[in-house]
Design a protein around this ligand. Structure first.
Ligand SMILES: *[C@@H]1O[C@H](CO)[C@@H](O)[C@H](O)[C@H]1NC(C)=O
Ligand SMILES: *[C@@H]1O[C@H](CO)[C@@H](O)[C@H](O)[C@H]1NC(C)=O
Length: 485
């Protein structure tokens, strides 16, 4: 048989014969009522369920994209959410974020005593000044205050047994005194008169720096340029810096301001909270709500924005959005500044507080929001918040990417009342632990435990550590516990 015949033989199959026969005998006429009834059936179905169409029939069988269109856009069938039983609680060691009262390790910290050899400035009385940059003074005071929980938990008077050495460097105080009190534009010879003598004394008059080339030493740099203010910064680099600048962007890593694995990011102080000593809790109920009325300001922001253009490097242009529309929203409260009493009043009434980047990604106002139970809205791509390894920042803040910043109003208004309330409560009962005058040292020490590979250990002496008991708790005075948790 030829190939042609093979083909023909296959084509004259029984099915083909059936078609030929029905054509001849006009049996195809039965198709007319059949098609008609199928069509009526489809009409009936689409009447019962208006979302139904042949398109949906096909697309459910299609690829992933079609499926998502069907389920999220064209399918508005109401459904009851499936609520399952919650999972059983985990053992403490498997929980994140951790209970901060359970220490990760209990190291010993030695604080170098003040000396005129550190530079005259270290022992001179400096008049108090209005500045946001006093975190270094607060942290040092807590270490040295023999009555403080911090001192009792971590400080040793004996350098021979210490794991870590705290350098009482107050460079930000020196510079703030120079700039804000004396009104001098230069740096008041901070290197010659202060940073050099300080590092000389630590590195030459004690044996401890050279033992590890400074790796177990701690220096605090709470201003925007961290150690970059000092020509003598190379002598400090091996120490762990406590800084308020936490930044993953390339430019801040390259110039050395933010060292992802060299620094520990700490909260900033603010003039309102740490100098005027305004305690948010005094102005709110125990649940962190206004004493009368409710939080009726949707979003609060006080700071620089009016001269900012979208293409500016300051705040990566983000603050320009405020001047271009958002400040006209009736429930937004936006201005360059307010007096302290006015600002306190607004903080008690605000739901959200806007925390866009400025010169740096962090802004001091976030600490005022936290102290007053105002949920921060952070726009600062690449920010490293203080104590991210131990605090769940997502639970009490809203983060928006710069590329979505123009949709901020829509994004915030789509957060449900329940979700907002959950964040607000997490902030009040949990987020406030990060504040400088509350649990900051406990969180700094957790980071030191990781750096020194001391997890699970309690220090007897520098060379001798023992296992930390599983039920060990950090000492906290009743006063602290009452004030915050
Ligand atoms: C530590 O090393 C530096 C540089 O070598 C030296 O100048 C200094 O005197 C040393 N310190 C001590 C206490 O020996
Ligand atoms: C810092 O550490 C390096 C070694 O990594 C060392 O060469 C240098 O001298 C140290 N700097 C100081 C000031 O100790």
């Amino acid at each position: 048989m030829s190939n042609h015949n093979t083909f023909y033989a296959k084509a004259s199959s029984p099915a083909l014969n059936l078609i030929k026969n029905s054509w001849r005998t006009r049996k195809y006429l039965f198709l007319i009522p059949a098609v008609f009834s199928a069509w009526s059936f489809l009409l009936l179905i689409s009447f019962i369920n208006p979302q139904f169409s042949l398109e949906t029939l096909y697309s459910t069988g299609g690829d992933g994209d079609d499926l998502s269109i069907v389920t999220t856009e064209t399918n508005s069938i109401s459904y009851n959410p499936i609520i399952l039983d919650p999972l059983p609680p985990l053992q403490d060691l498997f929980v994140w974020p951790p209970n901060i009262r359970r220490p990760l390790c209990l190291p010993k910290i030695f604080v170098y005593p003040d000396s005129a050899k550190m530079g005259e400035f270290q022992v001179t009385e400096v008049p108090p000044m209005g500045t946001n940059y006093v975190a270094e003074q607060i942290l040092l005071k807590q270490l040295r205050d023999k009555a403080s929980d911090v001192h009792k938990n971590y400080v040793t008077e004996n350098p021979e047994e210490a794991d870590f050495f705290y350098v009482p460097f107050l460079g930000s105080k020196y510079l703030a005194d120079c700039w804000f009190t004396k009104g001098i534009k230069g740096d008041c010879d901070v290197d010659e008169k202060y940073a050099e003598p300080m590092m000389n004394h630590i590195q030459r008059d004690y044996p401890y720096w050279n033992r590890t080339l400074g790796r177990d030493h701690i220096i605090t740099h709470p201003m925007d340029s961290t150690s970059l203010y000092y020509k003598s910064r190379a002598r400090m680099q091996n120490a762990t810096f406590l800084t308020t600048v936490g930044d993953r962007r390339v430019v801040f890593g390259v110039d050395g301001r933010s060292r992802r694995y060299g620094d520990i990011v700490i909260p900033s102080s603010t003039a309102l909270i740490n100098l005027a000593h305004v305690n948010g809790a005094d102005y709110l109920t125990v649940d962190g709500q206004p004493k009368s009325g409710e939080r009726d300001i949707f979003l609060l922001f006080g700071g620089r924005y009016q001269d900012v253009k979208p293409e500016d490097s300051y705040s990566s242009g983000i603050r320009a959005l405020l001047f271009n529309g958002l400040d006209q929203q009736p429930d937004y409260m936006i201005a360059s500044s307010w007096s302290n009493p006015e600002y306190i009043g607004l903080l008690t009434r605000a739901k959200y507080g806007f925390a866009p980047q400025g010169y740096t990604l962090d802004t001091t106002r976030i600490w005022e929001y936290i102290a007053f139970g105002v949920v921060p809205v952070v726009i600062a791509d690449g920010i490293i918040e203080p104590f991210e390894d131990d605090l769940d920042w997502d639970s009490f803040t809203v983060k928006i990417r710069r590329e979505e910043a123009h949709r901020m109003d829509e994004i915030l208004r789509s957060i449900s009342a329940e979700d907002y309330e959950q964040k607000r409560q997490a902030l009040w009962s949990y987020g406030r632990q990060a504040l400088l005058d509350h649990g900051a040292w406990d969180l700094i020490v957790r980071a030191l435990c990781r750096k020194g590979r001391l997890e699970g250990m309690r220090t007897i002496t520098r060379d001798q550590h023992e296992q930390l008991g599983a039920d060990t708790l950090i000492l906290r005075s009743q006063e602290t516990l009452d004030a915050y948790l």
